[in-house]
Design a protein. Structure first.
Lengths: 699, 334
């Protein structure tokens, strides 16, 4: 045990009170550096300062000053509980299956891009899915463990046992083995980093120890999503794999205060750990891979969650107040696999803040989610920041707030203006059991906010697509909607993100089904193909096209027409060629043929009529063969022979197509003697000229 | 009009993308390349004083088709062609090939600014040897439009500039307008490069009448009628100018569209309406009518009808008449 000094007593008092050095300094009106010096043993405080500190931290002044008097206790921690859990807790690994199959790790963990952004997306999505109250709170705590603090944590985790399994699994040459070797180096090195994610206002992990339910889905099973709501973020059950992917020891611990507890069980806490190792052999026993830490059970499963022991939760950094319903998760040996150099605790904190703001500004701005990011040295909290997307994503948040305040228009003039445009999503008929509905039309809403011309944010000219889950599924690049668009940010609110009618719920489920495991796009997934009538893929493409068209309309540049004349006159002088409809005359739709042995082009042309049968119009057309060249106009060449082959007659060099025919066909041959160049040197085109509609009597 | 080749060609157009633009060897800070509209608009960068530009391109073709065309040991070569009909300039380079994933060609073309005018069409042409003849055409990419100078019509809005000027003030009077015509309502300066319509703010009350639709029904009717009349006159002038810009074709060949982009657009919009047929046939008919005795007059009157239809002139007039009819009633009510 460390020597009992003023510094160690003050540190203990701070930890138990859950206060930071800064908070103490502010409360007793001294400087942060002074408190820091007291904690390092460099200087001793004045008696007045000690009295003020003892009042603020709620400890006996005699004990803080000289170790005389009652020492403070961590809430709920008792030596009796510690003795109890030391006796009854343990690790058990799943034995190798009878067929001798070996799996070197959980395939689910390789589904994700392993970085902090993915981790934050997956964990916050789970938090929102488990929401029980209108507002849920998520706290990410980056905890650095060194020296004694690390040793105490490892002792509670029964590291001596787990280490043997991790070492055995690390000996495999597989990818997981490399990660575990890195994890072992981390434990033996300078510090061990834990990342704790705690949520409040959620349901906690309800359900039995195994089988179905939230607890089993997260802590026991693989590929089990157990999400019932249509707006749930996840639907594959793969998201949780991100937890193990970010642990260099592939080990994650849980403690939950569930909203419902089965009768006869303690209300406080259910602690369980899972180590997702690969196949390994230890002491002659082959193990399938995964192992669990908790209360050793004589039946099945051999490990169950350890309930009602707050000391165990505290020692594993999983403690929660008994009345705080929700779940705490600790990723043991947290690291960022996307980086070559290990990330420092401060870098992890920054990464989490940025990712939460980037992907969850809809939920945070709507007041449904608050996210706090903390940094700890052992039990000592060094900093805590509430994520404010208004700072890092001000444009999107401003657009969203203006939308909520109805401070919107349908066009954009000045930077800061927000346009709100309805966008249609055609949801095909759904055949999913329990969710069947006919084809429906959902009105999503598009927000487009004009940015300052010098805006250099990385998400400029992107559209954030999201639905009721409140997580941005994708930032779609809209920088090429037109030539030189004005700077803007856009957001597409789909499903229950905007309205809550039946069509919105249908759209919510439809779009959720359109998300692949990483939930980062809307595409034609197998789930859409199975659960919906044809047209699902088309509906998604059309949705994006409609968004593009609307954005194009809104952000098209104020082009360099500096002329000051009336716009109405400019509109009348518009030189758009797209408006001209093709004239209703017969057209050649298909030509087949070749250069025959006599050196002539021998061609068969199919003609389609502009009007259907029954209107009494007979068409007379003059067929021509043109020799095409790459440049200049084509040249008409003399015809040797025309033969009617279907639905037409030849009359004086013309083709006559009787009334009531929708198509006709004729064969035409060029005259070799009058061809300006050999037929095999040119391309041949067949055209119809002087198309004339006639009455039957005129023919 | 589908064209038939006497040998196998690439039926899917190779895809051409301009990947990089430099001007005098420097990459401009603005974005001039737009892949969606296949346009390079250097004028939009607002840079001046540069002498040449370099366009880097990449072309991809369908592997299977290239394989079939090259079945007899032939080799497809890809040539990048930049041409501008207004300045009658044309330049080409052969592109380098790499077949890492799909057949891909790439290269860079340098274009001197002084050699080109108006719209530059950029496309890649694929050729091979057929029956012992080299460089036979086997396919081409879609065409990109490259603008070194400001287009005569705005690329996006596609309309002519309309400016207010006081025709009575020599400093403001549009160049090309006879000083004796200083009380005309408008003047359409249809120079090939920069066609512009000028409105005379020296005419009392004209700015008030035309600048924004008046609320008063009678004035509104007058506003609409005057606007339509000006537009119809400008359209007819544009049509006549564009028609006369068509060069006489060589005997036996079909005529080509005029070199200026705006002229081609005017003709492609009106001629199919006038002749009720496709664009190319209509162009040929117009050129034929142009030289026939009395043909020009007929063409002119048919053009007026087509312009009226395009502007929905009759509908606008009926609307104005109805508006005027409602005026006395409103006065009685008040």
């Amino acid at each position: 045990l460390p020597k009992d000094t003023f510094a160690t007593r003050l540190r203990l008092a701070l930890n138990i009170a859950g206060k930071s050095q800064t908070e103490l300094a502010e409360a007793i009106n001294t400087s942060g550096s002074a408190v820091s010096q007291w904690l390092s043993g460099g200087k001793n405080p004045s008696r007045l300062s000690v009295e003020a500190a003892s009042r603020f931290l709620g400890v006996d002044v005699g004990w803080l000053l000289g170790g005389v008097g009652p020492a403070p206790q961590s809430p709920g921690v008792s030596s009796a509980e510690r003795t109890e859990y030391a006796e009854h807790s343990g690790w058990r690994f799943r034995p190798q299956p009878e067929d001798g199959g070996r799996e070197y790790g959980n395939a689910g963990v390789w589904t994700f891009k392993p970085d902090i952004e993915t981790f934050v997306r997956e964990t916050l999505q789970n938090t929102l899915d488990a929401a029980r109250e209108p507002v849920v709170q998520a706290t990410f705590s980056v905890i650095r463990l060194q020296g004694q603090a690390r040793d105490e944590f490892l002792q509670a985790l029964q590291w001596d046992i787990l280490r043997k399994h991790v070492t055995a699994s690390a000996q495999s040459g597989q990818q997981l083995g490399q990660i575990l070797r890195e994890g072992l180096r981390m434990v033996d090195g300078h510090e061990l980093i834990l990342l704790r994610v705690s949520d409040s206002g959620t349901t906690g992990l309800v359900g039995p120890e195994s089988g179905t339910g939230q607890f089993a889905a997260l802590c026991r099973n693989s590929l089990d999503s157990d999400k019932q709501q249509k707006s749930s973020g996840g639907s594959f059950g793969l998201g949780k794999a991100a937890l193990w992917r970010m642990s260099a020891l592939s080990t994650v611990l849980f403690n939950s205060n569930p909203i419902e507890v089965e009768e006869g069980l303690p209300a406080y806490g259910r602690v369980i750990g899972r180590s997702d190792l690969g196949w390994h052999e230890l002491g002659g026993d082959p193990n399938a891979g995964p192992g669990w830490f908790g209360r050793v059970n004589s039946g099945v499963p051999p490990i169950v969650s350890y309930r009602g022991n707050r000391s165990l939760a505290y020692d594993l950094y999983l403690d929660r107040s008994p009345d705080d319903i929700g779940t705490s998760i600790v990723v043991v040996g947290f690291y960022d696999p996307s980086r070559e150099e290990p990330a420092s605790a401060a870098e992890i904190v920054t990464g989490i803040e940025a990712a939460a703001a980037r992907d969850f500004w809809p939920a945070i701005s709507a007041g449904r989610l608050t996210v706090t990011v903390e940094e700890y040295d052992g039990r000592n909290r060094k900093s805590a920041t509430n994520v404010d997307p208004g700072k890092s994503q001000p444009a999107f948040v401003d657009a969203f707030h203006k939308h909520l305040d109805d401070d919107v228009s349908t066009s954009l003039r000045e930077p800061g203006d927000v346009a709100r445009i309805p966008i249609q999503l055609d949801v095909p008929a759904c055949t999913i059991q329990g969710n069947q509905h006919p084809a429906m039309t959902h009105q999503a809403v598009l927000l487009v906010r004009l940015a300052e011309t010098d805006d250099a944010s990385s998400l400029l000219r992107r559209a954030a697509f999201f639905r009721g889950s409140g997580m941005v599924v994708q930032y779609v690049d809209m920088s090429r909607v037109c030539l030189g668009p004005r700077p803007f940010h856009a957001a597409l609110l789909c499903g229950t993100a905007y309205t809550s009618d039946a069509a919105s719920s249908a759209a919510e489920l439809f779009l959720r089904s359109a998300e692949p495991p990483a939930h980062d796009r809307w595409i034609l997934t197998p789930a859409l193909k199975i659960g919906y009538a044809r047209g699902a893929g088309k509906a998604l493409i059309e949705l994006e096209e409609r968004v593009r068209a609307q954005i194009r309309e809104l952000v098209a540049p104020i082009f360099k027409d500096v002329s000051d004349g009336p716009q109405a006159l400019k509109d009348l002088l518009r030189l758009s060629t797209a408006a001209t409809p093709p004239p209703p005359v017969p057209r050649v739709t298909r030509v087949e043929g070749e250069v025959d042995s006599a050196g002539r082009w021998d061609l068969t042309a199919t003609v389609r009529m502009p009007v259907k049968a029954g209107d009494g119009v007979v068409w007379r057309v003059e067929p021509v063969v043109l020799f095409g060249a790459e440049t200049h106009g084509a040249r008409a060449v003399p015809i040797d022979e025309i033969k009617a082959t279907r639905n037409c007659k030849v009359k004086g060099g013309h083709i006559v197509i009787p009334a009531g025919k929708s198509s006709a066909e004729f064969r035409i041959t060029t005259k070799k003697s009058e061809q300006p160049v050999p037929a095999e040197y040119v391309t041949a085109l067949v055209d119809l000229r002087n198309a004339t509609p006639l009455k039957e009597a005129e023919v | 009009m589908p064209a038939l080749y006497p040998y196998r060609i690439l039926t899917n157009q190779p895809k051409l993308v301009v990947t990089k633009l430099t001007m005098d060897g420097n990459q401009p800070s603005g974005q001039a390349i737009d892949v969606d509209s296949r346009t390079v608009d250097m004028a939009s960068l607002g840079l001046d004083g540069w002498r040449y530009c370099s366009l880097s391109v990449r072309i991809e073709a369908v592997s299977e088709e290239v394989r079939q065309v090259e079945a007899d040991g032939r080799q497809v070569t890809m040539t990048l062609v930049a041409s501008a009909s207004a300045s009658e300039s044309r330049q080409s380079i052969q592109l380098n090939r790499s077949d890492v994933a799909v057949p891909t060609w790439s290269g860079r073309i340098d274009l001197e600014r002084c050699n080109f005018s108006g719209k530059i069409s950029l496309r890649a042409v694929a050729t091979t040897t057929v029956d012992g003849i080299d460089h036979r055409f086997v396919g081409s990419s879609e065409t990109w439009a490259v603008w070194m100078e400001e287009p005569a019509t705005a690329i996006l809005a596609g309309t002519l500039p309309v400016e207010w000027r006081n025709f009575k003030t020599p400093a403001e009077r549009p160049a090309g307008l006879d000083p004796e015509l200083d009380d005309e309502i408008f003047f359409a300066d249809l120079t090939p490069k920069k066609p512009t319509v000028y409105l005379n703010k020296g005419v009392d009350g004209l700015t008030k009448l035309l600048d924004r639709p008046p609320a008063d029904p009678a004035q509104r009717a007058l506003h609409d009628t005057e606007m339509t009349a000006i537009a119809a006159s400008v359209w007819l002038a544009m049509f006549s100018t564009a028609l006369s810009a068509i060069e006489d074709p060589e005997p036996g060949t079909d005529p080509a569209w005029p070199g200026e982009d705006w002229q081609e657009r005017v003709l492609k919009l009106l001629l199919p309406q006038i002749y009720s047929c496709g664009e190319d046939e209509a162009l040929k008919k117009a050129v034929d009518d142009r030289v026939k005795p009395g043909g020009s007059a007929t063409l002119s009157s048919r053009a007026q009808a087509a312009i009226a239809a395009h502007l929905k002139a009759t509908k606008r007039l009926v609307h104005s008449i109805k508006a005027l009819d409602s005026v006395p009633k409103e006065e009685e009510q008040s």
